[in-house]
Design a protein around this ligand. Structure first.
Ligand SMILES: O=P(O)(O)OC[C@H]1O[C@H](O[C@H]2O[C@H](CO)[C@@H](O)[C@H](O)[C@H]2O)[C@H](O)[C@@H](O)[C@@H]1O
Length: 466
């Protein structure tokens, strides 16, 4: 394992780490890169950067790795009891805080703040305390610590009490809810969230909109942000890595297979997401069906390549959503498919090489979240696309702040509007597509992950506060 206790000068903390382990049939452990935008962003902080990454063991394989003392350089995995982790991650972080910040509650999916919620909140506190104690033990005198995301909002305040000498930052990868939605949380919990965060010297957000919403919540419920500084760092795509990786042999192989699935000469509307309610995959499929209904000329001339990778499957609402995506894709294929045309090419098994293959082949990328911290797919597709790609982008994605001018903007709730946007994107002249792709690429790569992290570190260590 990587560090000597008390020696780390720079630390990051997040629920999901850069690697996860699976136990093979022969008992050996297989290491796999962790998924999701947060990991993509932080992966620039390799062991060479000298940082220690403190994360949670997430499954049996990870726990086994901790028990066997197996680990990557620069990574410390915490073996927090499975039931505490489940309450904190599934119960509080993903069923409450995620839903509040993405404003996903709507009838009949409503928050229930009952005794079970209070029990899970106690686990969430325990979980946060485990991180605070591990960070306090690993950090050198005066070290910089940057805590990540809604799983760990109590850590800055807890760590401040344990180690007042540290420079403490926190970065949110999600949107932040406006006060009129945030106030849905019980008052004491809302205050605990804000006070926990305000234990940091500096807080980072992906866009000005989310930073302003946080400030507004503090003004409404915590008497303001006090001495805590707030900054905006719009995580960008890693162009060098993506372009290199997208031209490796396994990606080329998958392009051949995908071309066969799409069919010769057809255009491809591509989307790649975790199967996540906020990503709005169902309305994307409904919009595609509307396109086929409104514009029969596209039948047999286009395919919707939809990769919906498993996410948070311990939660019933995510399993139901996954089933709905699969049901609707099959329904569209039954309704419009022909002997040699599959209108929706749906894949649900996570495969990064196949995602890159789809990016390269895309004529149109559909990114239509209800709300999204940033959405890195919107930034990755233009970088990798072989022939220039039109981007249909929700105005509610953080990425829209930087990419909106060269995207075709949609209201994510408007199915007819999204169908019209798809038609506009499909008919965009190739020269216009290429020009827009060039500008999208410039904007998407303005702040690559390594620089994104360094900027936060410089801003944090260049000041004392809190
Ligand atoms: O760890 P999981 O529960 O499997 O979820 C994966 C990650 O989802 C969220 O990612 C966000 O971060 C991205 C990078 O800043 C952003 O582009 C994206 O739009 C967000 O959804 C979550 O914030 C992470 O903590 C999760 O690890």
């Amino acid at each position: 394992m990587a560090s000597t206790s008390g020696a780390a000068q720079v630390l990051v903390a997040s629920n999901r780490g850069p690697v996860s382990y699976q136990v093979r049939d022969d008992g050996s452990l297989h290491a796999k890169r962790g998924g999701g935008g947060l990991v993509s962003g932080l992966s620039a902080i390799g062991p060479d950067a000298g940082a220690l990454w403190v994360c949670s063991a997430l499954g049996d394989g990870d726990r086994e790795a901790v028990r066997r003392g197996i680990g990557e350089d620069g990574v410390r995995m915490l073996d927090i009891p499975a039931e505490v982790h489940s309450d904190a991650y599934n119960g509080i972080a993903n069923s409450v805080l995620w839903f509040v910040h993405h404003m996903l509650y709507q009838t009949p999916l409503e928050p229930v703040f009952d005794a079970e919620f209070r029990r899970q909140w106690a686990s969430y506190e325990t979980y946060n305390r485990a991180f605070a104690e591990a960070l306090a033990a690993e950090a050198a005198e005066g070290a910089a610590v940057i805590v990540q995301d809604y799983h760990l909002v109590l850590v800055p305040g807890m760590l401040r009490e344990l180690r007042p000498d540290l420079r403490i930052g926190h970065f949110s990868h999600t949107p932040w809810a406006p006060p009129e939605y945030f106030r849905m949380l019980p008052d004491d919990i809302a205050r605990a969230v804000l006070r926990g965060m305000l234990g940091a010297d500096r807080l980072g957000f992906l866009t000005r909109r989310w930073a302003d919403a946080f400030t507004a919540c503090c003004e409404a419920f915590a008497g303001g942000v006090g001495d805590t500084r707030i900054g905006v760092h719009g995580l960008g795509a890693d162009a060098d890595f993506l372009r290199r990786r997208a031209h490796e042999a396994d990606v080329e192989e998958r392009m051949t297979a995908l071309r066969a699935e799409i069919g010769e000469g057809r255009k491809a509307i591509v989307r790649v997401d975790r199967t996540e309610l906020s990503k709005n995959i169902v309305r994307g499929l409904l919009a595609y069906r509307q396109l086929l209904a409104d514009h029969p000329e596209w039948r047999e001339r286009v395919a919707h390549v939809a990769f919906a990778y498993p996410s948070r499957q311990d939660l019933a609402v995510y399993r139901d959503y996954t089933a709905e995506v699969q049901r609707l894709a099959a329904e569209i294929n039954d309704e419009y498919g022909t002997a040699d045309w599959t209108p929706v090419v749906l894949h649900v098994k996570d495969d990064f090489a196949r995602s890159l293959a789809a990016y390269r082949l895309a004529d149109v990328a559909l990114v239509n979240p209800i709300r999204d911290g940033m959405n890195l797919v919107a930034k990755e597709v233009p970088v990798v696309s072989d022939q220039g790609c039109a981007l249909v982008l929700s105005r509610e994605a953080g990425a829209h702040e930087e990419l909106g001018e060269d995207a075709v903007t949609v209201n994510p709730y408007d199915i007819v509007g999204t169908a019209d946007a798809l038609h506009r994107a499909l008919t965009m002249p190739l020269s216009e597509r290429a020009e827009r792709t060039k500008r999208l690429t410039d904007a998407a790569t303005a702040l690559p992950p390594a620089q994104w992290f360094l900027d936060q570190l410089t801003a944090l260590t260049g000041q004392r506060g809190g």
